[in-house]
Design a protein around this ligand. Sequence first.
Ligand code: FAD
Ligand code: DLZ
Ligand code: SF4
Length: 511
Amino acid sequence: MVAPPRLVLVLGDQLSPAMAALRAADPARDIVVMAEVMAEATDVPHHPQKIVLILAAMRHFAQELRAASWRVAYSTLNDPDNTHTIAGELIRRAAESGAQEVIATKPGDWRLIAALGECPLPVRLLPDDRFLCPEADFARWAEGRKTLRMEWFYRDMRRRTGLMMEGDAPAGGRWNFDAENRKSARADLWRRAPLRFAPDGVTRAVIDLVAARFAGRFGGLEGFAHPVTRADAEAAWEDFVRHRLPRFGAEQDAMLAGDPFLSHALISAPLNLGLLEPLALCRRVEAEWRAGRVPIEAAEGFIRQIIGWREFVRGIWAISGPGYLDRNALGAARPLPAVYWGGPTRMACMAAAVGQTRDLAYAHHIQRLMVTGNFALIAGIAPRAVHEWYLAVYLDAFEWVEAPNTLGMALHADGGLLASKPYAASGAYVARMSDYCAGCAYDPRAEGGRPPCPMTALYWDFILRHRARWASNPRMGQMLRVWDAMAEGRKAMLRAAAAEVLARLDAGEVV
Ligand code: FAD
Ligand code: DLZ
Ligand code: SF4
């Protein structure tokens, strides 16, 4: 008797032939199910470029699978029989084909994991082994530790992968070369902008579809030029390695109004979709350093982002469960201000970070952490609303990586699980690391002349609002002592400025 086919679910961010579900299936017997569904595009108002990226990459990957002899049941958004949920499409394809079982790789979103759990078909959920640290290993590492710190996890990952190791010791004698990194930057005509990829016919059809179905969403589609195939993602990666990696470390924390990319890689989206493979990237970077083409601080800094931060936040997401999304340790409750959706602002830093997010669906780490994230933290914006914004607006945003970065790193909403202290900063930090403040209506140091910077005023307000909480935190306690030693006149000016900014936010007025 011929065994009935099984359905092999491939989600929009599982576009690798090495996915566990594909490895567990048989092209001669099974049917791959890929589905464009409204439920995934409307859980939050995803940026139109993100929807194009995912649907175009899905359509190209379906072609790749068919070329490799897989049968693919592919539902487009315009398919009249589309049920518009992932579970609904599995049920529809099972009825069509007689399949009685689903093989899936674990999704990176608790909402979808729950939906598969409720699907009437039996679903075999396999671990997503694209990550270098299996969930169970992370859970074991975390168990019994009072605090989880990325730096210790990272050292274990260096030993586990052997990346940049000399025997048992870190290459160059140190685990971390950040003392040489994180400088400010200047405009430089020779800095090479990321490669752009002209859309082919498949991508152009998706652009038209998204323009028609998602009109009015935050973010434009003009000039969509992101890589949507494995070959283009690899070309983008090679271009980064050759032209921007050498300055990656030094320029990692810098921000320039005229340069949204600086020396960043722009590989998080293809990496998270499955078009690139994390260990291969790190091995390539190590080889570049060993060949003397990039400095050790750039190579180590890059590898730390991938096997350190990326794997660490994934582990935090996996051990915390869906309840993590509702964490709000600081009790922040303000609604998300209109500036996040492109509303007017006099703050040059917010205008730059939100403006490029609208135009490119991309902002680099320090813009996300120290501009939009910092403002949300010190203004006391409700974490859930901030999380939904980040999940919606960035090309690379999937819950497993976005939620710990937003709720843990940027907002301290997990009470310190991910980071020992909040990354709160005043306008002085932005002034040091960017050229935004020079063209701003506000004075970052709040020394008179221009009105005091909202970042600076709210920074101190934030420290004082949570004063009792910081008493036992050495770094934050130090800031309380700085405040206590400040002249009374300056304190009064900063308090008045903070009260005015918060009142304006609460009244929905421009800040
Ligand atoms: P580069 O600066 O060139 O870094 C290289 C790679 O390192 C990135 O592509 C990414 O894969 C990895 N990386 C660096 N930092 C992190 C980090 N903190 N967590 C995970 N991976 C990291 N990253 C996402 O991939 N998706 C998200 O939804 C996301 N949301 C974020 C939200 C907030 C509030 C913050 C502060 C950070 C977020 N990040 C997210 C992390 C980081 O900002 C992006 O990975 C990075 O900006 C992507 O651009 P790039 O490829 O040019 O990165
Ligand atoms: C983000 C997204 C969007 C917009 N659309 C789809 C889709 O139509 N079909 C699909 O399979 N996946 C989509 N995705 C990605 C999923 O939301 C993602 O797989 C989960 O959030 C898990 O990370
Ligand atoms: Fe931002 Fe303040 Fe600098 Fe203006 S002065 S750009 S508000 S940090």
